[in-house]
Unconditional design. Structure first.
Lengths: 101, 112
């Protein structure tokens, strides 16, 4: 707990820059897969910022939140990836029932 | 003193890697390379920040929780990276001019 706060502030600014890039990509991303990738980066930046804030405020309780956040972020990514994939799967499955082409 | 220098450099390096992943997600051309940037650079950045927090705060409970975070992150990052790349491929959006090799299509595992 002897890290200078300036280092932690610089690291927080860098992490927030990554999160802003993820927000921009989620806004302008041409496909849904781009938005899911941006959500993954935003989650990683959020957990990084949580750890940095825990070290900045010297509150070790916040480390517990990082554990929960990592597991929930994994489940979120898997669920969003399944949602993106389902488009293609349902379309392929419905294709033989429609036109013969 | 040396511990402080090591922790500071690990923090700056990890946060810089997360920022670099943000730069990559803005600049790279297609969803596959963007997923690569996120699941390698950003994951390594978070890993370095966790290691810095472990070195910084050496009380037993904190070290236990942070090692659990480290293991959970190490186990889940390859799986989520695979899920991202597979989703972007299966949804048919990963067809940029820079990606020329399509091995699942050549081996007959997917119809495009």
């Amino acid at each position: 707990m002897d890290i200078s706060p300036t280092i932690l502030d610089i690291a927080l600014v860098l992490v927030v820059a990554g999160a802003l890039a993820a927000i921009v990509r989620a806004a302008i991303g041409p496909s849904r897969a781009d938005r899911v990738v941006a959500a993954e980066l935003g989650f990683i930046a959020a957990v990084s910022a949580l750890l940095l804030i825990a070290m900045r405020l010297e509150e070790p309780v916040l480390f517990d939140f990082a554990l929960i956040a990592v597991l929930i972020g994994f489940l979120t990514t898997i669920g969003l990836a399944r949602l993106v994939t389902r488009d293609r799967l349902t379309r392929d499955r419905q294709k033989p029932q429609g036109e013969t082409s | 003193m040396i511990v402080s220098i090591v922790v500071s450099s690990l923090l700056i390096l990890g946060a810089g890697l997360v920022a670099l992943a943000g730069f990559g997600i803005l600049r790279l051309p297609d969803p596959l390379t963007r997923a690569s940037a996120v699941s390698k650079a950003a994951a390594l950045g978070l890993l370095l920040i966790i290691v810095a927090a472990i070195i910084d705060d050496r009380s037993p409970w904190t070290v236990l929780v942070l090692v659990l975070v480290l293991i959970a992150h190490l186990v889940t990052v390859p799986l989520s990276g695979l899920a991202l790349a597979r989703a972007s491929y299966r949804s048919g959006t990963a067809q940029p001019p820079v990606t020329t090799i399509d091995e699942p299509f050549e081996q007959g595992h997917s119809q495009r």
